[in-house]
Design a protein around this ligand. Structure first.
Ligand SMILES: C=C(O[C@@H]1C=C(C(=O)O)C=C[C@H]1O)C(=O)O
Length: 352
C-alpha cells in the first residue's frame, strides 16, 4: 500500500474510533446520572481493573499491556470527568513526583491543585474542596513517610488506590561548568538518594540547601546561575533548566509508592491489598498473637512497619485481600478495638 492509501485507512479507523468513543461516553454519562442520584462514588478502581484485565486477556494484537493501560486509563479519566468533574489535591508543588503520580491515575484532563503539606492534602479532601488526595507513603531507599501515617491515623479518609512511580533524578543547572556550582538545592530525601553521585563528582564540599520539594529546587536553581538542583526531568523542563547529568540516583531501582485517599470505600476487585494501623498493648507477645491470626487464616502479609504516632507505638500492616473477605472480616472484627482499617484497594505492586 502507498503512504496515501495507508493514511486513508487510518483516517477511516479514527472516524470509527471517534464514533465509538462518543457512544461509550453516552453510556458513561448515563452511569454518571445513576451515580449522581444515589450519591455513589464516580471513581471505581475495581471496575477499571476488571475492564483492563479482560482487555489484556482478549488482546491478540500489537498493543502491549502497558499500551493498553496508557490508552484506557486516560479514557477512564476523561469518562469520570464527564460523569462529574472532581478535583484532586496533591502534595505540591507542580511537577513534583506526587503530581506525576496523580496524573498517572487521573489523566491530563482533570482539575488538580497543589497543596504545600501532606496534612494540607488530607484537610482539603476532608473538607470537600477536593474529592481525592495524592500523597507519598514510602520510597524504596528512604522508607515510610511519617506524615502520611500520622494523617491516616488522624483523619477519617480511606486509601482507595496505590500508585508506584519510578524516581529518577537529574542534576540541572544554568552553570556552564561544574566548577561554577556553589550551591545545590534539593529535597532532603533526594540528597540522601544521590550520595554516591555527589561524592564521585566532588560535590561533597558544595553547600547543600534542603528545600520543601525537588520542584522548588528547580525553580530556585533557575533563578541562581551559580547553583544547581537535584530534581526530576519534568521539573527541570518546566523551569527551563538545562540538564547536566541524568539518572544520578544511587539506586537505579528507586521507586516511590503513593496513596490516593478519598471519602469512600472500594468494593472487592479480586486482586486487593488492605492497609491497617494496629495499636497493640505494650505487653510481650501481643504482636505475635495478632500475626498468628493472619497465619492461621493463610493471609499473606506484605508489610509490617513499626511507627510512633503521638508517642504511642503502632504497626502499619498490609496484606493481600479485601477487608470484606470473610476470613479477613473475622480477624478485623476480633481485633476491632486496636485496629484502624485504612482502606482496601486494587493491588498494583508487591515489591515496595
Ligand atoms: C463508567 C463508570 O465510572 C468510572 C469510569 C469507568 C469507565 O470509563 O469505564 C469505569 C469505572 C469508573 O471509574 C462505571 O462505574 O462503570
Amino acid at each position: 500500500m502507498t503512504l496515501d492509501e495507508l493514511r486513508e485507512k487510518i483516517d477511516h479507523i479514527d472516524d470509527t474510533l471517534l464514533k465509538l468513543y462518543n457512544e461509550r461516553m453516552e453510556l458513561v454519562h448515563q452511569v454518571g446520572e445513576l451515580k449522581n442520584t444515589t450519591g455513589a462514588p464516580i471513581y471505581r478502581p475495581e471496575r477499571e481493573q476488571e475492564i483492563l484485565k479482560r482487555l489484556k486477556e482478549h488482546n491478540h494484537g500489537k498493543l502491549t499491556d502497558e499500551a493498553i493501560d496508557a490508552l484506557f486509563l486516560e479514557m477512564f479519566a476523561v469518562a469520570r470527568n464527564l460523569e462529574r468533574p472532581e478535583a484532586i489535591a496533591y502534595l505540591g508543588p507542580e511537577a513534583s513526583f506526587t503530581h506525576q503520580a496523580a496524573e498517572s491515575k487521573f489523566g491530563a484532563m482533570s482539575v488538580y491543585f497543589p497543596v504545600a503539606t501532606i496534612k494540607g492534602v488530607f484537610r482539603e479532601v476532608s473538607n470537600g474542596k477536593a474529592k481525592f488526595g495524592v500523597v507519598p507513603i514510602e520510597n524504596s531507599s528512604n522508607g515510610i513517610v511519617s506524615d502520611t501515617i500520622n494523617c491516616l491515623n488522624d483523619y477519617d479518609l480511606k486509601i482507595i488506590a496505590e500508585v508506584v512511580v519510578e524516581i529518577h533524578h537529574v542534576l540541572a543547572t544554568e552553570a556552564e561548568n561544574i566548577k561554577d556550582i556553589e550551591r545545590i538545592y534539593s529535597k532532603d530525601i533526594a540528597f540522601g538518594q544521590c550520595q554516591n553521585f555527589l561524592s564521585d563528582f566532588g560535590f561533597d564540599e558544595v553547600e547543600q540547601i534542603p528545600v520543601e520539594s525537588t520542584a522548588k529546587a528547580a525553580k530556585l536553581a533557575a533563578e541562581d546561575p551559580q547553583s544547581a538542583a537535584i530534581c526530576s526531568a519534568v521539573a527541570a523542563k518546566i523551569y527551563n533548566l538545562p540538564v547536566l547529568f541524568e539518572n544520578i540516583e544511587d539506586n537505579q531501582n528507586n521507586r516511590t509508592r503513593f496513596f490516593i485517599v478519598s471519602d469512600f470505600e472500594n468494593a472487592p476487585s479480586g486482586n486487593d491489598k488492605t492497609s491497617l494501623l494496629v495499636k497493640l498493648p505494650n505487653k510481650p507477645g501481643s504482636l505475635v498473637e495478632f500475626l498468628n491470626d493472619f497465619e492461621a487464616a493463610n493471609i499473606n502479609l506484605t508489610k509490617i512497619k513499626s511507627h510512633i504516632v503521638e508517642g504511642v507505638s503502632v504497626f502499619f500492616i498490609e496484606f493481600n485481600g479485601h477487608k470484606d473477605d470473610p476470613k479477613i472480616k473475622e480477624i478485623i472484627q476480633k481485633h476491632k478495638d486496636v485496629i484502624k482499617v485504612l482502606g482496601s484497594y486494587v493491588k498494583e505492586t508487591d515489591d515496595i
